[in-house]
Design a protein around this ligand. Structure first.
Ligand code: M6R
Length: 620
């Protein structure tokens, strides 16, 4: 999970590469580097740390109208300058950036070393530069000769090198002797080509291209592309030609810039009312009291024929799946289950053709979720995307699905995407339930209340309650326990994940009823317990759990429905506006997002770029 950017055209390449890296930094921020072609030589700069550190190392007037760049999330090899990309061959005339993993690294490295290659890094990616050089310069040893027609041919050398790799890659390769091209290839790691006027771009994510062009070509797995200033030519890895499928990127709402907010995370928390409106609007059909999700393209007959629903995701997306599964099963009376993608894909799941699966992902690039999609499809199952990033790998692999329309989410900690995933799954729940069990009256009530949620979120964010008191409770805690029942147990899990990833505070989330089966042993005088207990049919049971915690000296922070006297049990009580039981997660999650943000701030954490994390996890 790294970010790649490339440019060839008439403008100075370095500023375009640096701006692209800045937009891709969410994909990894251990180190960054670039190579530009400057007077027939490769000028390479690499730095450990952020893109801003790299930018300081690149002269403002750096010449060169062709270049490639990379921002790294370390997999093979530590966070060092030597391991930063681009990687060069021994001659220093071929540069490679790579996103992915070379699975047969050990064997290739051994063979190349036996042929005399001296490695400068510990990475798997450096192998690619040496392999390309091997074909391009005809460097084979012993009986293993390089066909003469490959020598000096940049495109065929890359093709030959890739045929030796097992694993995943998005790569860009440039040659000091070829000022007219950049070679790129994709297998499992996303790459998008941007078509400009006399200039061509390459990026791991279309968002990085938006300042320059909206005409893009999404490379497919197994494709190789040759970028020139006049455009792009693509073939399959085996040389077969492919026709160019040019897409026009839609105008995104939200600009991916921080504006007046100090951090993306805070901005994105505050964008939730508008994000929810974008997700819901035009999809509710008041006359029939149902919802219509055009991208699913499911007839009423098909809806009635669904025997099971599986919802698959990772991290925050998985928590949205938990909410969705509860709603689908209870309202539409279809068995529904949330699955952690990294587990699901390796369990040899039995896939029933009458089931419907949803792959839920903000980025649409999460390797485990994508792997689950492929497994389902391989077994003849139906799987649809619930995805934010348009044209992402999961969206394209699924073919059909729902875009959640959150707008760009830049902070590593997911906030508005969670809300919109939940909202999109509620829309599907309404559509499915109305086709099966739910009457028009109940359907209308559900739809109307969902439409009211954005305003309720706005109302809460305008007066968020005593979050600072909540922050003080957790700052020096050895552990924070999050409890909730039913839908609120998914919110508890989401709150714990947020506080861990943004503030690095150890947290445990449990369904409240499970607490007495183990976690209660953690409680001692002053242990903070955050309880999510909105007014729902489980509230009184949770109330008893609060009493059990209090009896053992725990301090209670309570997220509750405004006006509910359950607040009397709390040391810190945070009311949220009243809504129907179904939509409580969209409100109770808000104070927990703010808690994570403010605790991270108080502890001096890097809010938008927490340590060791990256926005999209494109490795297993
Ligand atoms: O892009 P995705 O929604 O597939 O990402 C899944 C998780 O990696 C993601 O939700 C992660 O847990 C977030 N950092 C949580 O804030």
């Amino acid at each position: 999970m790294c970010g790649i950017i490339g440019y060839i055209g008439t403008r100075p390449a370095a500023p375009i590469l640096l701006e692209g890296l800045r937009r891709l930094e969410y994909r990894g921020y251990d180190s960054a580097g670039l190579a530009v072609l400057d007077g027939g030589e490769l000028a390479v700069r690499r730095r450990v740390g952020r893109v801003a550190d790299l930018a300081r190392a690149v002269p403002e007037d750096q010449p060169g109208r062709l270049g490639i760049a990379h921002t790294r999330w370390a997999t093979h090899g530590g966070v060092t300058e030597a391991n930063a990309h681009p990687h060069l061959d021994a001659s220093g005339r071929i540069a490679v950036v790579h996103n992915g993993i070379v699975e047969n690294m050990a064997r290739l490295r051994e063979r190349l070393a036996a042929e005399g290659v001296r490695f400068r890094s510990e990475t798997d990616s450096e192998i690619i530069a040496h392999l390309v050089a091997r074909y391009y310069f005809g460097l084979a040893a012993g009986s293993d000769t390089v066909p003469p027609d490959l020598q000096g041919d940049p495109v065929e050398s890359v093709r030959a090198a890739l045929s030796r790799l097992r694993g995943t890659w998005g790569i860009a390769v440039m040659f000091a002797d070829h000022p007219d091209l950049v070679v790129a290839a994709r297998n499992g790691s996303p790459l998008v080509v941007g078509l400009g006027d006399g200039e061509t771009f390459l990026a791991s994510d279309a968002h990085a291209l938006v300042p320059y062009t909206r005409r893009v070509v999404f490379l497919q797995d197994g494709e190789l592309a040759v970028l020139g200033a006049a455009g792009v030519r693509t073939t399959r890895l085996d040389g077969a030609s492919v026709s160019l499928d040019v897409h026009e990127l839609e105008e995104d709402w939200g600009d991916g810039e921080r504006g007046d907010f100090p951090h993306f995370m805070l901005k994105e928390i505050h964008e939730q009312p508008e994000a929810l409106r974008q997700c819901i609007s035009g999809r509710v059909q008041p006359e029939q009291a149902t919802a219509k999700l055009g991208g699913l393209d499911l007839s009423p007959r098909e809806l009635v024929g669904i025997t099971r629903v599986g919802l698959i995701g990772c991290g925050t997306a998985y928590h949205a799946c938990l909410v969705g599964a509860t709603a689908i099963e209870q309202l539409a009376r279809v068995p529904a289950r949330a699955e952690i993608a990294s587990e699901f894909r390796h369990q040899n799941p039995s896939i029933d053709p009458d089931s419907l699966y949803f792959a839920v992902s903000q980025s649409g690039e999460t390797a485990d979720t994508l792997g689950a999609v492929k497994e389902i499809r391989l077994k003849g199952g139906r799987v649809m995307g619930v995805v934010n990033v348009v044209g992402s790998s999961i969206a394209r692999e699924c073919g059909r699905g729902v875009y959640i329309h959150s707008g760009p989410e830049m902070a590593v900690a997911s906030t508005k995407a969670f809300s919109n995933m939940v909202a999109a799954l509620y829309l599907f729940t309404l559509q499915l339930a109305r086709a099966r069990t739910l009457g028009p009256h109940e359907g209308r009530r559900f739809a109307e209340e969902l439409q009211r949620v954005p305003a309720l979120v706005e109302e809460y964010l305008a007066a968020p309650g005593p979050i600072d008191a909540l922050v003080r409770m957790v700052l020096d805690a050895r552990v924070v326990l999050f409890l909730g029942r039913g839908l609120s147990s998914a919110v508890a899990a989401e709150g714990a994940l947020k506080l861990m990833e943004v503030a690095y505070v150890p947290c445990i989330a449990y369904p409240a009823g499970e607490m007495k089966h183990g976690p209660i042993a953690l409680l001692e005088e002053g242990t903070p317990v955050i309880v999510i207990a909105p007014r729902d049919h489980l509230r009184d049971k949770t109330r008893s759990n609060i009493q059990e915690c209090r009896a053992r000296g725990a301090r209670i922070a309570l997220i509750h429905t405004a006006g509910d006297d359950i607040a009397e049990l709390a040391d810190v009580a945070i009311p949220v506006p009243e809504t129907s039981e179904w939509f409580t997660p969209l409100l109770t999650v808000l104070p927990l997002q703010l808690l994570a943000y403010k605790a991270g701030l108080a502890l001096g954490r890097d809010i938008d770029r927490p340590r060791n994390l990256a926005k999209s996890v494109t490795v297993e």
